[in-house]
Design a protein around this ligand. Structure first.
Ligand code: GLN
Length: 489
């Protein structure tokens, strides 16, 4: 069969092409697989390419279409971040610990996308257990940024972001605990959405920090993210924090008029630390929104400076508890010839986890220990509440909040690896959103220093429809989201 070249198409365009019979799902799938294994292989964006699984699913989608049973997303390829459990296909979570782990069940998100008829091509590379901002913490090596292969793609969903940006796949899933969908989306020039905490089930998504983790779509356009979120979101009784609230038809409100919408610009997001060129790009985006009739006002999120410190107590605390399940007994890596149980635990965990994961487990265990619980963990939880209250007060005045996604563009590979604090500050504008449980989006808005810049949109709880609407209207009057890195165009 001849391969068709469809890599320049969005999910919405592919849905139309499939419906019109212009190409089959098998053709699409072959085109993607060819790019993943060919031009895309230098990016190291995939941990596992599930070729056979994908072709079988594609043929099945084609058969269903022939029977008149196809849904909108039927037959469209996508990749899953390797944090989502996939039945029968390895789920590594970017860690040596799970290098040999084959899940006996699918994550809720995987199930949902499969039910929608989407074709899973494989599992994307990520920072180990989603801890990182550059994808340099993966057991499988760093992912490269398709815009400049000497740069990081951002993290922890760096494989998903790079794969979408390089047109290896039209869409991918990601997870965001402190910025891991939005920050790599920004650094790779794609569109990514972190939904409200509880909007998407965490069942089968390997836990990092359970009160912050949330899954969401990464794609080229807001329209695509809307279509993907419609399939992904919804109640699941297997996640006790998943909210039972109807899922709006996000794709039907994308064109709503923005006239009179009030958007807040937090002064803390435009101060010290923000790269001047990035600021210039964000200012230009604000001008575009003004032309669309949006009104801006300055707001203050005055506890912003406490977000990173609070997060780096709460997230490690939860991770130290979540990761205690990897003990060399039940799943994952087991050391050779353990002398006794204690030796089994120590060496299995010592060998299985990488340096950043160990650092977090140590910090988290310390913060939760009897003498320090009140001073660190409880204090951080109180700060978390203050941060949430700041946002809720702001939403009394404005409909949404806008700012940069990240203070800088993608940095060079190796540039921040020796300085954890500098690395942690990459998420200074994204982390507070997770602490408050709010939805946030990153939208391509231009370039600085030759690398993509993301614009962040933050909404009130369950206001994803408004964010998608705002992003879509912006994408109708700008073409940043259509730009492809030259080497992968
Ligand atoms: N970069 C942050 C961290 O290392 C956030 C990661 C994430 O969102 N998964 O924890």
């Amino acid at each position: 069969m001849d391969t068709v070249s469809v890599h320049d198409k969005t999910v919405a365009e592919l849905a139309a092409g499939l419906a019109a019979g212009t190409y089959s799902s098998e053709e699409l799938t072959r085109d993607c697989l060819q790019r993943i294994n060919g031009i895309g292989s230098e990016l190291n964006a995939f941990v596992t390419v599930a070729e056979e699984h994908a072709l079988t699913a594609a043929r099945e989608a084609d058969r269903r279409r022939a029977r008149g049973e196809a849904g909108l997303l039927s037959g469209i390829p996508l990749a899953h971040k390797d944090i989502f459990c996939t039945n029968g296909i390895r789920t590594s979570c970017g860690s040596r610990m799970l290098d040999n782990f084959i899940s006996p069940y699918d994550a809720h998100v995987v199930e949902r996308m499969q039910t929608a008829g989407m074709v899973m091509l494989g599992k994307t590379n990520m920072d180990e257990f989603a801890m990182g901002s550059s994808n340099e913490n993966s057991f499988y090596g760093p992912v490269k940024n398709p815009w400049d292969t000497t740069a990081v793609p951002g993290g922890s969903s760096g494989g998903s972001a790079a794969a979408v940006a390089a047109r290896l796949v039209p869409a991918a899933t990601g997870t965001d605990t402190g910025g891991s969908i939005r920050q790599p989306a920004a650094m790779c020039g794609i569109t990514g959405l972190k939904p409200t905490y509880g909007r998407v089930s965490r069942y089968g998504m390997i836990a990092f920090a359970s009160s912050l983790d949330q899954a969401g779509p990464m794609a080229r356009s807001a329209e695509d993210c809307a279509l993907l979120l419609e399939a992904m979101a919804g109640f699941d009784s297997r996640d006790s924090t998943c909210v039972n609230q109807p899922v709006p038809r996000y794709s039907e409100t994308l064109d709503a008029d923005l006239k009179g919408l009030k958007i807040g610009l937090p002064k803390e997001y435009f101060g010290e630390g923000l790269d001047a060129e990035v600021a210039r790009v964000v200012d230009a985006a604000i001008e575009e929104y003004r032309k669309l009739g949006v009104e801006f006002r300055e707001i203050s999120l005055r506890n912003t400076h406490l977000a990173v410190p609070a997060y780096y107590v709460i997230a490690p605390a939860e991770c130290s508890s979540n990761l205690s399940r990897f003990d060399g007994v039940r799943f994952g890596h087991r050391c050779e010839n353990p002398r006794d149980l204690e030796d089994l635990y120590k060496r299995s965990r010592g060998e299985g986890f990488g340096a950043e994961v160990k650092r977090r487990i140590l910090v988290g265990t310390y913060a939760l220990s009897a003498g320090y619980y009140d001073a660190y963990y409880l204090k951080a939880q109180k700060v978390r509440r203050l941060i949430r209250d700041d946002f809720l007060a702001a939403f009394g005045e404005v409909d949404a909040i806008l700012g940069p996604t990240s203070p800088t563009v993608a940095f060079n590979l190796g540039e921040r690896s020796d300085d954890p604090v500098k690395m942690y500050l990459s998420d200074i504008y994204t982390i507070a959103v997770n602490l408050a449980g709010l939805p946030g989006m990153s939208v391509p808005a231009g370039f600085a220093h030759g690398r993509p810049v993301g614009l962040q949109l933050i909404g009130n709880h369950f206001d994803e429809a408004r964010l998608l609407n705002m992003a879509h209207r912006y994408q109708q009057v700008t073409d940043w989201h259509t730009r492809a890195p030259e080497a992968f165009a």
